[in-house]
Design a protein around this ligand. Structure first.
Ligand SMILES: [Zn+2]
Length: 374
């Protein structure tokens, strides 16, 4: 039987709802017996690092992923934690997100010789808070000088057909509040008022929906979108002492907190707004980790094994790839189609899992040919 498909089915049989690994790590260790295993459990989160050292100088390559899954929910025709094969697909929670990816890279690593250090990093906390998983493990690896040179996260990235999309980054998310001060007073004496509502009327045309940058090849323009306005006393004869506006920016990496603050301050100055307060908080860090060697090797492996020409994307929700990018480790995400993730009757095409395994085998060989010193 095919090692990737066998491993996929065994992984699905583990009810590894976040943060439980539920036996999934043993499945992976059995599938890759010549890798040294190290458990890195931090604050109740289970993580596993598997390493095989070829003994020669070649880029340190790491395949990363999560074995945890979201709860199964209602509406399944079969047991979500019993792998069920039907019509060329395997059904079960996590089939696409992302036990197929894990099974494919574990099989590829087990089967493919590599002259340098090849590692597999698995966590059970990606669908949860993601604080004590990949992020914490990479901090430990950094401390001991063990960060990889290249990383692949096998999240399901393919959209219409297998092989059509590689992810090379994500836009970020920054939340903010803008409080504009004034002085409350009686509406009958407008000449005496310092009404913050008049002030927001002046500044909102400069800020609401504003484009903070022009965007680029990989990111749409970052825009300032207001989500809430409040202030006042719910009275018609009394003006508020302050108005608080809430907003969000889905940003590209260059448009960070500092850039947003400068943009808003310029608008406030232009609109002659006196007293104000701006608070910003990054809830997801924007990143782009475009490395020509890694993207080139991955694109060529996909083209060779599937005939597809993948597009480079920054769309979709967050993944652990951002934690590699934070350490300047070139990272790319590639995997099976994602049309059924987190849905009832989640399933994955057996042909896609086999094809993904071949892409990863090919990629390991291509990365091995890269001069580490270059
Ligand atoms: Zn995932």
């Amino acid at each position: 039987m095919d090692l990737a498909i066998e491993t996929l089915k065994e992984l699905i049989a583990c009810p590894s709802v976040t943060p439980r690994e539920a036996g999934a790590f043993a499945v992976v260790q059995n599938a890759a017996p010549d890798f040294a295993a190290e458990r890195i459990d931090i604050n109740g989160v289970s993580n596993l690092l598997l390493t095989r050292n070829g003994g020669f100088d070649a880029p340190r390559l790491c395949f990363a992923g999560h074995i945890d899954v979201v709860p199964s929910g209602e509406g399944w025709f079969s047991d979500p934690f019993a792998p069920t094969e039907k019509d060329g697909r395997v059904f079960g929670r996590g089939a696409q997100d992302m036990k197929a990816g894990v099974a494919a890279f574990v099989a590829a690593c087990a089967k493919t010789p590599y002259k340098g250090r090849l590692s597999i990093l698995l966590t059970s906390d990606e669908e949860g808070d993601a604080i004590w998983g990949t992020k914490a493990v990479l901090e430990r690896l950094k401390e001991r000088g063990d960060l990889p040179d290249f990383a692949i996260v096998a999240e399901p990235t393919s959209e219409e057909v297998f092989g059509d999309t590689i992810k090379i980054g994500r836009r970020g998310s920054i939340n903010g509040t803008l409080t504009i001060a004034g002085k409350s007073g009686h509406v009958a004496y407008p000449e005496k008022l310092d009404n913050p509502i008049d002030k927001i009327a002046r500044v909102l045309p400069l800020l609401s929906g504003a484009r903070l940058d022009a965007g680029d090849e990989f990111f749409a323009p970052s825009r300032l979108i207001f989500s809430d306005v409040r202030g006042g006393y719910e009275k018609t004869n009394l003006t508020p002492s302050a108005v608080k506006l809430m907003f969000n920016v889905r940003n590209r990496p260059q448009t960070d907190e500092k850039a947003i603050k400068v943009f808003i301050e310029n608008a406030l100055k232009k609109a002659s707004i006196g007293e104000y307060e701006i608070a910003l908080k990054t809830s997801a860090l924007a990143f782009i980790a475009r490395d020509e060697r890694l993207i080139g090797a991955l694109s060529n492996a996909i083209a060779a094994q599937t005939g597809a020409t993948p597009k480079l994307s920054t769309g979709g929700g967050t993944s652990d790839a951002r934690f590699f990018a934070a350490h300047n480790v070139p990272v790319a995400e590639f995997g099976v189609r994602n049309d059924l993730i987190h849905a009832p009757n989640e399933s994955v095409s057996i042909a896609e899992v086999k094809s993904l395994t071949l892409v990863f085998c090919d990629l390991i060989t291509r990365i091995g040919a890269i001069d580490r010193a270059a």
